[in-house]
Design a binder for this molecule. Structure first.
Ligand SMILES: Cc1ncc(COP(=O)(O)O)c(C=O)c1O
Length: 394
């Protein structure tokens, strides 16, 4: 099973041995009977395989973990109830007071705030290396480097092989949040990263009906994260949600191809519209990292597009957003249906105006999560909203 499209369907799943069910059964149980005292003792000590309690492991969840490890090319994976629980479990499982965590910002706001508030409360120092650069930001106390494979909402990239090489040369664990790219477009472990994590809530689920997170990497790192994040913190994914993710991931490669096709068409349209000052999309020749994106991303440039209106600021953005019909105004991303949001007043409203300015998050910026609808309909929707809002195309 060498092709990702095949593995997305089959990895981790097969007809259920009990009754031959083709869909992986939802093992909706909190505890598992282990029969005899000695068998229970062996399961608890790890000497025998088997399940004991769903906080530690569950067959439906394990099928998903196996599938995600396979798709990311990792020996092991562990699933969580949200991407945020996955992030917190990586921190709590691998770091200790006095350690430094260096990240290349901007990150998803929730991740940055988790690093700064939770991390710092427990003596883990979070350092944004985006201005000084990674090599100059690492100190003897640095234990972890964190990047996102595509940033939000600027849609910039990091050279993953270069970041992993710096981390490795300094003996530091490297982590990539691959939520925006998915393993269809980028596989950080192939670039030398130690760990890859996702908010499965987005493209992996794909239908906007479940929250979840996953971390994949070496058996030793994943075991440490699992024991803290599940055993001690209790951030486990429910079997019902695992079922939805298993189902969603089967069509991930097909969906991502449609997201990429639609986003490229939408970006090309926006980039030639006179009301749009700048369009951020890695697939456009005008994107400052188009060459890196072409090298690092496989099979497309993702489903996210951001654009800034030439005039009108927040009122101009509202005039466009409030007129969209096919794009629903909502945060989140990666759903089959298209979403649009105003980062300055939603996803990035909690950071300082200076941080917004530093990251180009101006009042006229709009972020699109391009769904799998026909690109012509999406472009017509955007054209109609831009024209009706007074941003006529000629
Ligand atoms: C890049 C990225 N990482 C992590 C998260 C957190 O994931 P969750 O909302 O599933 O906790 C998000 C959520 O928006 C995200 O966009």
């Amino acid at each position: 099973m060498s092709h990702l499209r095949t593995r997305a369907v089959h990895a981790g799943q097969g007809p259920d041995p009990a009754h031959g069910a083709l869909a992986t059964p939802v093992h909706q149980t909190s505890a598992f009977g282990y029969g005899t005292l000695e068998h229970g003792a062996a399961i608890f000590s790890g000497d025998a395989p088997g399940y004991r309690y769903s906080r530690f492991g569950n067959p439906t969840v394990q099928a998903l973990e196996t599938k995600m490890a396979d798709l990311e090319g990792a020996p092991a994976a562990v699933a969580f109830g949200s991407g945020t629980a996955a992030t917190a479990s990586i921190l709590l499982g691998l770091l200790k007071p006095g350690d430094e965590l260096v990240f290349l910002g901007p990150l998803y706001g929730g991740t940055e705030s988790l690093f700064r508030s939770l991390g710092e409360r427990f003596g883990i120092r979070a350092v944004d290396a985006s201005l000084r650069g990674l090599p100059d930001s690492l100190t003897p106390a640095t234990r972890m480097v964190w990047v996102e494979t595509l940033t939000n909402p600027g849609l910039r990239l990091h050279d993953l092989s270069a970041v992993a090489a710096v981390a490795r040369s300094r003996g530091v664990v490297s982590v990539a949040d691959n939520t925006f790219c998915t393993p269809c477009l980028t596989r950080p472990l192939e670039h030398g990263f130690d760990l890859v994590m996702h908010s499965m809530t987005k493209y992996l689920g794909g239908h906007g009906d479940a929250t979840g997170g996953v971390v994949a990497g070496s058996a030793a790192l994943v075991a440490a994260i699992r024991s803290t994040g599940l055993g001690q913190v209790g951030g486990n994914l429910s079997p019902q949600e695992a079922f939805l993710f298993l189902r969603g991931i089967k069509t991930l490669p097909l969906r991502m191809a449609a997201h990429c096709e639609g986003a490229l068409a939408v970006a090309q349209f926006l980039s030639t519209h006179p009301a749009v000052a700048v369009t951020h999309y890695p697939g456009l020749a005008s994107h400052p990292q188009n060459a890196l994106a072409t090298r690092q991303m496989q099979g497309g440039y993702g489903g996210m597009v951001s654009f800034e209106l030439a005039h009108g600021g927040r009122a101009g953005a509202a005039a466009v957003l409030d007129r969209l019909q096919l794009f629903t105004q909502a945060v989140s991303l990666g759903d089959v249906n298209s979403l649009a949001c105003h980062p300055a007043s939603t996803t990035h409203s909690f950071i300082t105006p200076q941080a917004r300015a530093q990251n180009g998050i101006r009042e006229g910026l709009i972020r699109l999560s391009v769904g799998i609808e026909h690109p012509h309909d999406l472009i017509a929707d955007l054209a109609g909203a831009l024209d009706a809002a007074g941003h006529a195309g000629t």
